[in-house]
Design a protein around this ligand. Structure first.
Ligand code: NAP
Ligand code: GDD
Length: 345
């Protein structure tokens, strides 16, 4: 039986990867940060099957301990300050976790078990101001946020430890992936949550930033499978994981509202653009410049051919199906919230 150590286990990807590895018979260890209120996040439902270790990416001693306790054969580094917008507010913390944190973990592996296989969660944000469309493994990087810059360091240090110390270390350059477990500050979940609240009449309007921004969106469940496949090959390498489809934030909004049964009509341009509920005439989507970023990544579109050919990776969940699942999940959650508040009143 293999042992796996997952950093960022309480996050979106950590939860789907835990489920996948448990289903394959792994002993799953996860590092968790100490919080004032114990919170298992997205792995609450499987917490009894996971061995938790308190550690932090910024504390190498805790990572060495985690390696010793877990005796990990495979290490998946998913921990990060993962919200791009926050990286302008906390650039130093973002670098300490997303950049130096990777070196801390690689050192912990080198010291305790250099035979352990390592996965680094790299990102399409590293392409930033894209130098070609679509983006693949050889596309030059041009990060556009403190998050992207820090992740680029994590990407190169992973490659460097592979080449310097012969570690089995891989970077997955994953494009945006979402799910019912996505944090509500990310645009997709913000939209599906708001669409459900507007449908139930407990929110009036959804305020967004740049709706022209284009992303290549897949489902997290498909993407964690790619992480595992990367660590099962003969030789370590880096792979782009994407759907090869791109859509604007505006298109995401339209489809999400469609799944709640609301038909949207757009009026106005730029910051005066509004989305109107055709059946009521009410404005339910507006632009708020507070959500614009100091520098934007305008378009992401990934070419996953290398992963499809070598890893035999294939996505199973279509874009439409993903949006539908997210909306249905939020409709259920909001309905429960409404029922509870009615009972309490
Ligand atoms: P997520 O839901 O935000 O999860 C991030 C995890 O990192 C959480 O468990 C968080 O723990 C943990 N963490 C943050 N700071 C830490 C620290 N100092 N020490 C230890 N743990 C820490 O992110 P995700 O969407 O699952 O993404 C997983 C990874 O893939 C991240 O590295 C992200 O940057 C990268 N990535 C994501 C996407 C995407 O579209 N989802 C695409 C490309 C790459 P707490 O619960 O304590 O906050
Ligand atoms: N969050 C947010 N909120 N984004 C908005 C909003 C809003 O109100 N309005 C428009 N957007 C736009 C952002 O400007 C961005 O262009 C796009 O929607 C997607 O934003 P996010 O969902 O926050 O994701 P991201 O693309 O910045 O970053 C995600 O994907 C990366 C991979 O490309 C994160 O998961 C990163 O951790 C990941 O590396």
């Amino acid at each position: 039986m293999k042992n796996a150590l997952i950093t960022g286990i309480t996050g979106q990807d950590g939860s789907y990867l835990s489920e996948l590895l448990l289903s394959k018979g792994y002993n799953v260890y996860g590092i968790m940060r100490r919080k004032s209120v114990v919170d298992f996040g997205n792995v609450e439902h499987i917490k009894d099957k996971i061995n938790f270790i308190y550690a932090d990416m910024t504390d190498i001693v805790s990572l060495v301990n985690a390696m010793k306790i877990s005796k990990a054969d495979e290490v998946y580094n998913l921990a990060a300050q993962s919200f791009v917008a926050t990286s302008w507010e906390q650039p130093v913390a973002t670098a300490e976790i997303n950049a130096l944190g990777v070196t801390n973990l690689l050192e912990a592996i080198k010291i305790t078990n250099p035979n352990a296989r390592f996965y680094q969660a790299s990102t399409s944000e590293m392409f930033g101001l894209v130098q070609e469309i679509p983006q693949c493994e050889t596309t030059p990087f041009y990060p556009r946020s403190p998050y992207g810059v820090a992740k680029l360091y994590g990407h190169w240090i992973t490659k460097n430890y592979r080449e310097s110390y012969n570690l089995y270390a891989c970077s997955g350059i994953l494009f945006n992936h979402e799910s019912e477990r996505r944090g509500k500050e990310f645009v997709t979940r913000k939209i599906t949550d708001a669409a459900a609240r507007i449908k139930f009449g407990i929110q009036d309007c959804l305020e967004l930033g740049n709706m022209d921004s284009k992303r290549d969106w897949g489902h997290s469940k498909d993407y964690v499978n790619a992480m595992w496949l990367m660590l099962q090959q003969e030789t370590p390498d880096d792979y782009v994981i994407a759907t090869n489809e791109t859509r604007t934030v505006r298109e995401f909004v339209e489809i999400a509202f469609k799944y709640t049964g609301i038909d949207l009509e757009w009026k106005g341009k730029e910051i005066d653009e509004i989305g109107i509920d055709k059946s009521t005439g009410k404005t339910i989507v507006k632009v708020n410049p507070k959500f614009f970023r100091p520098a934007e990544v305008d378009i992401l579109l990934g070419n996953p051919q290398k992963a499809e050919k070598i890893l035999k990776w294939k996505r199973e969940i279509s874009f439409d199906e993903m949006v539908k699942r997210m909306v249905e999940n939020d409709l259920t959650l909001v309905e429960q919230e409404v029922r509870i508040s009615e009972l309490n009143n």
